[in-house]
Design a protein around this ligand. Sequence first.
Ligand SMILES: NC(=O)c1ccc[n+]([C@@H]2O[C@H](COP(=O)([O-])OP(=O)(O)OC[C@H]3O[C@@H](n4cnc5c(N)ncnc54)[C@H](O)[C@@H]3O)[C@@H](O)[C@H]2O)c1
Length: 236
Amino acid sequence: MPPQTILVTGSSGLIGSEAVEHFDRQGHDVTGVDNNMRREFFGPQGDTTWNLERLKSATKNFRHHSLDIRDRGALDELFRARRFDLIIHCAAQPSHDKARDIPILDFEVNAVGTLNLLEATRQHCPEAVFLFMSTNKVYGDAPNEIPLKELETRWEYARPEDHHGVSESCRIDRTLHSLFGASKAAADLVAQEYGRYFGMKVGVFRGGCLTGPSHSGVELHGFLSYLVKVALSGGT
Ligand SMILES: NC(=O)c1ccc[n+]([C@@H]2O[C@H](COP(=O)([O-])OP(=O)(O)OC[C@H]3O[C@@H](n4cnc5c(N)ncnc54)[C@H](O)[C@@H]3O)[C@@H](O)[C@H]2O)c1
């Protein structure tokens, strides 16, 4: 594949930084957007500066913009300056519990920020592939209705068709999401709509419980990384 021009949002976060490294290693031209808002959400432990510095020294063709995805003017400028072939959208307010304290900010980043990026893509590079990191929280508590059976040491899905995860046919309405789940469900729907209505190449990925060494883990998000950190440091 010839070198592609790739935009990664949330590029200093867990998933974004892995995407940056992956595509940089393959020789593509990677632009990252991250304004370190994780620090604003979660305090100094959530600061992603260390990961940005690591990326700068580990990559060959990576440039970074400390840009807020809520800022439509700045996004417009970025998309005018570079024509992207692929957009990997990972920037988000990622915590259920945090969203309860900041519902408007959560919605502005997760739902409106995603709409801003989709619209910038439609205006400037509508043929690009747009990948959105959604979440399995769009299903809310509906997966709790999936039948389980009790084994000797654990519970297991009762029906074979559930063994590989929750089906995308699971409903996303009439369910309790948390405000975070609702802002992500709004973004998920609008991303699908840009695919179906405008015929753009949009992919939506509903992951869950992802972790890795590049997480700036805090109690409210990145819990597995946070647990390991606390176990090793003995702190809280
Ligand atoms: N980690 C998981 O378990 C998991 C599971 C399912 C879905 N997801 C989704 O994957 C995506 C990435 O998650 P992550 O775990 O890498 O989170 P993360 O917090 O590590 O990364 C998100 C990054 O986005 C940046 N950001 C936040 N608001 C911004 C803004 N307004 N403008 C620019 N940058 C901003 C943050 O500074 C952070 O570096 C999110 O959409 C999340 O909902 C994550």
